[in-house]
Ligand binder design. Sequence first.
Ligand code: ADP
Length: 459
Amino acid sequence: MGLLPKPFLTLLCYDAAIWAALLTVIGVTVGGDPVWLAAIGIGGVGFTTWAAWFATRTHLATPSEPPSEASAAAEPAPDESEAPAGLTEPEPEQHADSYQVLEAMPLAVLVVDRRRDIRWANDRMRHLLGEAVTGRSLMSVLRYPPLIDALDQVMGGQNTEVAGAPTAIEGVETPIGPDRLLIADLKRLDADRILVALKDASAAHRLERLRSDFIANVSHELKTPIATLMGFIETLRGPAKGDLEAHERFLGIMHEQASRMSRLVADLLSLSRIELNEHARPSGGVDLGEVVGRVANGLSLRAAERNMKIELPAGSMGRAIGDADELTQVFQNLIDNAIKYGRPGTSITVSAARIVDPIEIKAHLPGLRRAKAMIAVAVADRGEGIAREHIPRLTERFYRVDAARSRDLGGTGLGLAIVKHVVNRHRGSLEIESTPGHGSVFTVYLPAEEAAADLRAAS
Ligand code: ADP
């Protein structure tokens, strides 16, 4: 019995009842040999049941035509023709089979019913939305009106134009927090169930936002100098034509604005070049004393303009594994900031230390588990310092504590972003400590060159 499918048995019962009724009527009204009538009955039941069962099977096995929208929406009874293979039968054990398949799929899926209650969710979905989602209303889990609207449309809900109800809607963008975005695909399985697949598009969404913020920032940074240049060009051509003194003054301002644009473009180019190479760790050896000494030399005039001094360590600073040009840019940006934001008349102190304590190394060079030594170079200024809440964001592109002040001082807002990317590429780290009112210390941790030799020896 267990071998026979249930629809076959149902058909057999119906058929037997119809043949029995038919032959009884014939026997009573026309008459005839009961043995012959019984034989005809048994043959008839057998043939018609088989034929009906065969026809039903063939119908279910052939790819179904999409139901007409009107009939799909107007007829709430289970419509097998539009359910996907594996979920055609309403029997619970059939569902269990289908759910097993859905569990194995590399996609977060759940099934909701007409009341929007979540009847089932696979492992990935529970991971995404929380273990206890099954049994809860989808509205309480993903409270986003466009998703609920789409669900109602696919279910052919009261608010939907029944004749036009779609059986599937794809790509419903469902934000779940400022930085997370899910994409939902909905498909009606039968009159009471909708399959909802969710894809986590947060990473792509974040990248897209970063990209558009970045373009907006660059445009904003370029807008002011361009407008200033255009204004002065017009003035020089018109009202100030022939006024030599005005020419001198205006050309000075124009030069300043053009330099600002040029600095911005140079910083953007360095940033993109460093980002492009960020996965490839530099392998050369760099004498940090030489690099920092050159930078300090180059900036000594600027420091002197503000009556400041750059103090360097007396002895050797050691050698790091790195790229000399990129590390020059790191110390150029840090010492330049110390001059910009330090109090006039104070000193900037650069110090260096070689560290071999494995716990400290692990804390500051997490990407280099086997490094045996590192060098910490600190640039300390005596300035106004930075309030604690700004510190974690300082290395974001264009992040400034005081944008107008930074621009006045010739800043692009990209200096520390460049520092962070270079340090990342070197598998080092940057630490910022600051005491408002007293000053700030920017410390760069880099793998010491000896560590490379040890590593080579170890491998
Ligand atoms: P900027 O070109 O504006 O200096 P940076 O990326 O170098 O851009 O620095 C970002 C912001 O960090 C600065 O605008 C400033 O607000 C703050 N900052 C950087 N260095 C210091 C410092 N030594 N002291 C105080 N604030 C600093």
